[in-house]
Structures are given as structure tokens and as C-alpha cells.
Ligand binder design. Structure first.
Ligand code: BTN
Length: 124
């Protein structure tokens, strides 16, 4: 069984804490990124998401949004919570970051995309 609640670290060194998942599958948390367009300004930022609850093998899909408090950007993550061959929980995600564009002509350069893999920081 893979459970989203708890502390996670990704391949970039970013940390996040996800709260208890409620009966609707919704959760919130705090994301502390290790990298940013303006790294000097980094601050922990809130996240809000949903996971699917009706998954027969307990490896749910999920999505969450991070509203960066120190920039005008927003990132959405979507992924799946897996149990790997060592019995460790791992989150395989794809993310999209939308940066602020000052004018419509700059829209084309305002989106970044990538993947992140998260591992649990400590057992609950
Ligand atoms: C910004 O620079 O405007 C906000 C911070 C963005 C951090 C990105 S989100 C996707 C990737 N994964 C991380 O853990 N951090 C970067």
C-alpha cells in the first residue's frame, strides 16, 4: 500500500509534507523547493490536491497544485504512488510550471515541463 501522507524528498532535493488525506481524497501540504528561477527568494509554499481512493491495489493516482508564495508561478504535479521492488513507497510525477508573462507575446516561453521522483523521508 502506498500512502501520500507524510514527508517526501525528490530527485532535485526538494521536500514536501502532505497532510492526512480526507474521505473525499483531498489533501493539503507544504512544498519546500530546492531550486527556483530566483533561488534567493525561496520560501515554503502551500499545495492542494486530490488522490483517487478506489484503487484495488493501493497505488493511487493523484494530482496537486503548488501556489508559490515567492514568485508569480504555479506548478501542477500529477502522478502515481507506487510500492517498488524493495517495498519502498515512491511517487512518480510529471509537472507543468506556468510562469508569469508580462505580455501575450511572451506566452510561448512561460511554460516548463518535467518529471520528479519522490521518496519517503521518514517512516510515519
Ligand atoms: C519558481 O521558480 O517560480 C517557483 C519554484 C519552482 C520549482 C520547480 S516546480 C518543478 C520542479 N520540481 C521541484 O521540486 N522544483 C522545481
Amino acid at each position: 500500500q502506498c500512502n501520500l501522507t507524510g514527508d517526501w524528498k525528490n530527485d532535485l532535493g526538494s521536500n514536501m509534507t502532505i497532510s492526512a488525506v480526507d474521505q473525499n481524497g483531498s489533501f493539503n501540504g507544504l512544498y519546500n523547493t530546492s531550486v527556483a528561477v530566483m533561488p534567493i527568494k525561496i520560501q515554503p509554499s502551500p499545495l492542494l490536491g486530490f488522490q483517487h481512493l478506489t484503487n484495488p491495489i493501493g497505488q493511487p493516482t493523484f494530482g496537486f497544485t503548488v501556489n508559490w508564495t515567492f514568485s508569480d508561478s504555479v506548478t501542477v504535479f500529477t502522478g502515481q504512488c507506487f510500492v517498488d521492488e524493495n517495498g519502498e513507497e515512491v511517487l512518480k510525477t510529471l509537472w507543468l510550471l506556468r510562469a508569469h508573462a508580462d505580455k501575450i507575446e511572451d506566452d510561448w516561453k512561460a511554460t516548463r515541463v518535467g518529471t520528479n521522483v519522490f521518496h519517503r523521508l521518514e517512516e510515519k
